[in-house]
Design a protein around this ligand. Structure first.
Ligand code: PLP
Length: 427
């Protein structure tokens, strides 16, 4: 399957039924799996044999869908998680613990920012947030001897700036750490961060991958290219024996292609239990089957909406990386020549209160704490997802108080634009 083009991977990746087997992926709605002997079971617990025993750790339906996403990203191994949040948490916590440090782009999803700056900080992990446009000197200065990874978002939600993945990857590798990229907004249809040097990719599959506002989920994909064994002192969890698994050393047993995801599965998933459900994975897979078609329409609609907004003088500013003249236009074209995402942000004249009044009048677009849905939706981050932040933090996250995040669905662009026009005429 790995030689096929993206559309074929979306439809058929991860699962090739044998003679007489179901055409659609089966839903293994079972918490547990049966074995004939305790010895058979023991081998699984010792990681000497592969197989399923309890769906908190692994489930066949989830694994089929993870395998599809893995093919789409061009990775070596992948796992599903219960949400994008747990994917971000696992991706970092798998290689960092108390006393460690991470460098992260400041323009990341608000939920990820809270996770890092508040909750993981409480666990003893320190984060330095840098502007994605910072100078090389500022970037260099962010690294410490205990830095374990660099983290960024391909297209930031909701700031919509494009990560210079190659630059971030080079800088991470220069300091002997991997680059983790949250690829939720671009999806592998539009950007494959591994092709630009990223080492680990995370997703909130809740967004475009599901695409129908039906199922919360996440995914982590490993490129299998970061050589942990070059830095055994820095990554003892991967390079030295895990006492909670009878002394298995993940890099020795599973190679650099499998060590990271195996550890995250058998250790973090075992202990934290943020597993995706088989039913959810099935719903996610239905979304993936049409992802390549939907993404095209989302992007087409977003560009038309962005062009309209740019031409209307009731709009103070528009941000859409693929709109000519956008400050990230060159980066957008480099990393995503076929389009980026369906999300546009803008400000209306009159600021914060006008933004709220405008949104109330929309008929096609609904106000929802969601993006990347087939149905157009919008949100005012300063009063919703980012309301915990003060103005300074908002500014660092690339959010102004008047910012409206407008997520174009796959309806007809003309209806979206007419809806915006009628709402503008009422404020
Ligand atoms: C939504 C989102 C997340 C969090 O995902 P959930 O599935 O809501 O937990 C992480 N990163 C980005 C870019 C997101 O948009």
């Amino acid at each position: 399957m790995s030689n096929f083009k993206m559309g074929t991977k979306c439809v058929q990746g991860g699962y090739t039924p044998k003679n007489g087997e179901p055409r659609q992926i089966p839903i293994y709605q079972s918490t547990t799996f049966k074995y004939n002997t305790s010895e058979d079971m023991g081998k699984l617990f010792d990681l000497e044999a592969s197989g399923y025993f309890y769906s908190r750790l692994q489930n066949p339906t989830c694994d089929l869908v993870a395998a599809k996403i893995c093919e789409m990203e061009g990775g070596s191994a992948a796992m599903l998680t219960s949400s994008g949040q747990s994917a971000s948490f696992f991706a970092v916590f798998n290689i960092a613990g108390c006393g460690d440090h991470i460098v992260a782009s400041s323009t990341i999803y608000g939920g990820t920012y809270n996770l890092f700056a508040v909750t993981m900080k409480r666990m003893g992990i320190d984060f330095t947030f840098i502007s994605p446009n910072c100078s090389d000197e500022e970037f260099e200065a962010a690294f410490k001897p205990n830095t374990k990874a660099v983290f960024g978002e391909t297209i930031a939600n909701p700031a919509l700036n494009v990560l210079d993945i190659e630059r971030f990857a080079n800088m991470a590798h220069k300091h002997g750490v991997p680059l983790i990229v949250d690829n939720t907004f671009a999806t592998p249809i539009n950007c494959r961060p591994f092709e630009w040097g990223a080492d680990i990719v995370t997703h909130s599959t809740t967004k475009y991958m599901d695409g129908h506002a039906s199922a919360v989920g996440g995914c982590i994909v490993d490129s299998g290219r970061f050589d942990w064994t070059r830095y055994p002192d820095k990554y003892p969890g991967l390079c030295t024996p895990d006492e909670s698994y009878h002394g298995v050393t993940y890099t020795e047993r599973f190679g650099i292609e499998g060590a990271y995801i195996t550890k995250a599965t058998v250790q973090l998933m075992r202990d934290f239990g943020c597993c995706q459900q088989a039913q959810t994975a099935y719903v996610l897979n239905l979304g993936l089957e049409s992802l390549h078609l939907r993404i095209k329409k989302h992007c087409e609609n977003a560009l038309k909406v962005a062009e309209f907004l740019k031409s209307d003088d009731r709009i103070t500013w528009v941000k859409y990386p693929h709109l000519e003249g956008d400050e990230n236009y060159e980066l957008a074209k480099k990393y995503m020549p076929n389009g980026g995402c369906g999300v546009v942000s803008f400000g209306v004249k009159g600021g914060r209160s006008a933004a709220e009044a405008f949104m109330k009048e929309l008929k096609v677009a609904s106000i929802a704490t969601h993006v990347a849905d087939a149905r157009t939706c919008c949100l005012h981050p300063a009063s919703a997802t980012h309301r915990q932040m003060n103005d300074e933090e908002l500014a660092a996250a690339g959010i102004t108080p008047d910012l409206i995040r407008f997520s174009c669905g796959i309806e007809d662009a003309e209806d979206l634009i007419n809806d915006i026009k009628q709402a503008l005429s009422k404020i």
